[in-house]
Design a protein around this ligand. Structure first.
Ligand code: AMP
Ligand code: ZN
Length: 136
Protein backbone atom coordinates (compact mmCIF):
# COMPACT_ATOMS: atom_id res chain seq x y z
CA UNK A 1 0.00 0.00 0.00
CA UNK A 2 1.27 3.46 -0.89
CA UNK A 3 1.28 6.27 1.62
CA UNK A 4 0.32 9.76 0.49
CA UNK A 5 3.12 12.31 0.81
CA UNK A 6 5.81 9.65 1.27
CA UNK A 7 8.65 10.53 -1.07
CA UNK A 8 10.07 7.01 -1.14
CA UNK A 9 6.62 5.58 -2.03
CA UNK A 10 6.57 7.94 -5.00
CA UNK A 11 10.13 7.07 -6.00
CA UNK A 12 9.66 3.31 -5.49
CA UNK A 13 6.53 3.33 -7.61
CA UNK A 14 8.08 5.41 -10.38
CA UNK A 15 6.05 8.60 -9.84
CA UNK A 16 9.24 10.55 -9.17
CA UNK A 17 12.28 9.79 -11.35
CA UNK A 18 15.32 8.26 -9.72
CA UNK A 19 18.63 6.69 -10.68
CA UNK A 20 17.37 3.12 -10.63
CA UNK A 21 19.94 0.32 -10.63
CA UNK A 22 17.57 -2.60 -10.00
CA UNK A 23 13.82 -3.15 -10.08
CA UNK A 24 11.46 -6.06 -9.62
CA UNK A 25 7.80 -6.45 -8.58
CA UNK A 26 8.42 -5.63 -4.96
CA UNK A 27 11.51 -3.41 -4.87
CA UNK A 28 13.31 -0.54 -6.53
CA UNK A 29 16.98 0.10 -5.79
CA UNK A 30 18.10 3.69 -6.35
CA UNK A 31 21.25 5.71 -5.99
CA UNK A 32 21.28 7.86 -2.84
CA UNK A 33 21.19 11.59 -3.67
CA UNK A 34 23.87 12.28 -1.07
CA UNK A 35 26.17 9.31 -1.54
CA UNK A 36 28.59 8.40 1.24
CA UNK A 37 30.69 6.70 -1.43
CA UNK A 38 30.41 6.09 -5.16
CA UNK A 39 27.47 3.75 -5.76
CA UNK A 40 25.72 4.31 -2.40
CA UNK A 41 22.29 2.82 -3.02
CA UNK A 42 18.98 2.37 -1.22
CA UNK A 43 16.76 -0.68 -1.46
CA UNK A 44 13.14 0.53 -1.33
CA UNK A 45 10.15 -1.78 -1.01
CA UNK A 46 7.31 -0.58 -3.25
CA UNK A 47 4.86 -1.21 -0.46
CA UNK A 48 5.09 1.36 2.33
CA UNK A 49 6.38 0.42 5.77
CA UNK A 50 7.79 3.05 8.14
CA UNK A 51 10.77 0.90 9.04
CA UNK A 52 11.74 -2.63 10.12
CA UNK A 53 8.99 -2.76 12.75
CA UNK A 54 6.23 -2.43 10.17
CA UNK A 55 7.82 -4.45 7.40
CA UNK A 56 5.78 -7.52 6.31
CA UNK A 57 7.75 -10.70 6.96
CA UNK A 58 7.68 -11.71 3.28
CA UNK A 59 9.18 -8.35 2.30
CA UNK A 60 11.82 -8.67 4.99
CA UNK A 61 12.72 -12.12 3.67
CA UNK A 62 13.01 -10.81 0.13
CA UNK A 63 15.33 -7.88 0.94
CA UNK A 64 18.60 -9.76 1.32
CA UNK A 65 18.37 -11.65 -1.99
CA UNK A 66 17.98 -8.24 -3.67
CA UNK A 67 20.97 -6.93 -1.73
CA UNK A 68 23.01 -9.94 -2.88
CA UNK A 69 22.21 -9.33 -6.55
CA UNK A 70 23.12 -5.66 -6.30
CA UNK A 71 26.21 -6.40 -4.18
CA UNK A 72 27.53 -8.69 -6.92
CA UNK A 73 27.01 -5.96 -9.52
CA UNK A 74 28.80 -3.43 -7.31
CA UNK A 75 31.74 -5.74 -6.75
CA UNK A 76 32.05 -6.63 -10.43
CA UNK A 77 31.36 -3.25 -12.01
CA UNK A 78 32.46 -0.69 -9.41
CA UNK A 79 35.36 -2.81 -8.14
CA UNK A 80 34.57 -1.89 -4.54
CA UNK A 81 36.75 -3.55 -1.94
CA UNK A 82 33.93 -4.07 0.57
CA UNK A 83 30.34 -3.15 1.36
CA UNK A 84 28.40 -1.90 4.37
CA UNK A 85 24.69 -2.62 4.77
CA UNK A 86 23.11 -0.04 7.08
CA UNK A 87 19.49 0.21 8.09
CA UNK A 88 18.26 2.93 10.45
CA UNK A 89 15.07 2.62 12.49
CA UNK A 90 13.72 5.67 14.27
CA UNK A 91 15.01 9.22 14.50
CA UNK A 92 17.34 8.38 17.37
CA UNK A 93 18.99 5.81 15.11
CA UNK A 94 19.45 8.31 12.30
CA UNK A 95 16.37 7.54 10.22
CA UNK A 96 15.39 10.67 8.32
CA UNK A 97 12.99 9.22 5.72
CA UNK A 98 10.19 7.22 7.32
CA UNK A 99 9.89 4.58 4.59
CA UNK A 100 11.95 1.42 5.13
CA UNK A 101 15.23 1.47 3.22
CA UNK A 102 18.39 -0.58 3.35
CA UNK A 103 21.55 1.37 2.60
CA UNK A 104 24.18 -0.34 0.47
CA UNK A 105 27.45 1.53 0.80
CA UNK A 106 30.31 0.24 -1.35
CA UNK A 107 33.68 0.69 0.30
CA UNK A 108 37.00 1.61 -1.30
CA UNK A 109 40.52 2.05 -0.01
CA UNK A 110 40.86 5.50 1.57
CA UNK A 111 37.24 6.46 0.89
CA UNK A 112 37.19 8.66 3.99
CA UNK A 113 34.20 6.91 5.55
CA UNK A 114 34.03 5.25 8.97
CA UNK A 115 30.75 3.42 9.39
CA UNK A 116 31.46 1.89 12.78
CA UNK A 117 30.36 2.40 16.39
CA UNK A 118 32.37 3.08 19.52
CA UNK A 119 32.87 -0.26 21.27
CA UNK A 120 31.71 -0.29 24.90
CA UNK A 121 32.26 -2.62 27.84
CA UNK A 122 29.90 -4.93 29.67
CA UNK A 123 30.50 -7.43 32.47
CA UNK A 124 29.26 -11.03 32.07
CA UNK A 125 26.57 -10.20 34.68
CA UNK A 126 25.37 -7.19 32.72
CA UNK A 127 25.32 -9.21 29.51
CA UNK A 128 23.27 -11.92 31.23
CA UNK A 129 20.85 -9.29 32.58
CA UNK A 130 20.46 -7.85 29.07
CA UNK A 131 20.00 -11.31 27.58
CA UNK A 132 17.18 -12.04 30.07
CA UNK A 133 15.57 -8.68 29.42
CA UNK A 134 15.47 -9.25 25.68
CA UNK A 135 14.19 -12.81 25.65
CA UNK A 136 11.52 -12.43 28.37
P1 AMP B 1 18.23 7.57 6.56
O1 AMP B 1 18.99 8.64 7.27
O2 AMP B 1 18.65 6.18 6.88
O3 AMP B 1 16.72 7.77 6.71
O4 AMP B 1 18.60 7.74 5.04
C1 AMP B 1 17.90 8.55 4.15
C2 AMP B 1 18.75 8.64 2.91
O5 AMP B 1 17.94 9.02 1.84
C3 AMP B 1 19.89 9.67 2.99
O6 AMP B 1 21.12 9.00 2.76
C4 AMP B 1 19.54 10.67 1.90
O7 AMP B 1 20.69 11.13 1.23
C5 AMP B 1 18.67 9.86 0.99
N1 AMP B 1 17.66 10.58 0.24
C6 AMP B 1 16.77 11.50 0.70
N2 AMP B 1 15.95 11.90 -0.28
C7 AMP B 1 16.33 11.24 -1.40
C8 AMP B 1 15.87 11.22 -2.75
N3 AMP B 1 14.85 11.99 -3.16
N4 AMP B 1 16.50 10.40 -3.62
C9 AMP B 1 17.53 9.63 -3.23
N5 AMP B 1 18.00 9.59 -1.97
C10 AMP B 1 17.42 10.39 -1.07
ZN1 ZN C 1 6.41 5.18 1.71
Amino acid sequence: MKKEDCIFCKIANGEIPSKTIYEDEAFRVILDLGPATKGHALILPKEHADNLYGLPEATAAAVLPVAQKVAEKMRKNLHCAGLNLVQNNGEIAGQTVMHFHLHMIPRYENDGQNILWNPGQSSPEELEETRKQIVQ
